[in-house]
Design a protein around this ligand. Structure first.
Ligand SMILES: C[S@@+](CC[C@H](N)C(=O)[O-])C[C@H]1O[C@@H](n2cnc3c(N)ncnc32)[C@H](O)[C@@H]1O
Length: 156
């Protein structure tokens, strides 16, 4: 997922559903000195584990992902360069997952990138409705279980 990120240009990154921080730690290790990572995680236990990282470039919010625009505004951030999502979109209620995708699209800079992993192709159609034709699909056989990785670019 992370090889899609150009860390030399990424100033503001958002991670949705980081869990216990496996991807988060990798991102933090690669962040440019003036970049920040904002995580949205609703699980108490995972939220506490992420806070324990105590990284100066990390903001951890115990807030659901559909609140992304509201929370960015509170942080005085207008747009972000990358959104990295491990959210289980297919099991989140449809009205909420629709809102997450739409607000994520709005939160991105032009040419910003939304990266999502999924264990099936079931969400491809939804992503296409929002990001149109600017989606590329990868497959990671070494993940357990193997996963599809969507790379969706905001083209306006
Ligand atoms: C598959 S796990 C993340 C795994 C993690 N990226 C890893 O590689 O270890 C999905 C995470 O999404 C979180 N989550 C689910 N719905 C959410 C929502 N609406 N907003 C933010 N986080 C959410 C869950 O609490 C869970 O930690």
């Amino acid at each position: 997922m992370i090889k899609e990120i150009d860390f030399t240009k990424a100033q503001v990154l958002v991670e949705l559903g980081p869990g216990n921080g496996a991807i988060t730690k990798y991102i933090l290790n690669n962040l440019a000195p003036n970049a920040i990572l904002i995580c949205f995680e609703i699980n108490d236990n995972f939220y506490c584990q992420l806070k324990e990282l105590r990284h100066p470039q990390l903001v951890v919010l115990k807030v659901s992902a559909e609140k992304i625009l509201y929370e960015l505004k509170k942080l005085k951030i207008d747009k972000v360069n990358y959104i990295i999502s491990s959210l289980p979109l297919t099991i989140i209620p449809e009205e909420v997952s629709d809102e997450i995708l739409e607000k994520s699209f709005q939160a991105l800079h032009p040419n910003g990138i939304y990266i999502q992993y999924q264990y099936s192709l079931s969400y491809f159609k939804k992503l296409k409705e929002v990001f149109k034709e600017s989606i590329s699909l990868g497959f990671e056989p070494l993940n357990i279980p193997p996963a599809f990785i969507y790379r969706c670019k905001k083209v306006e």
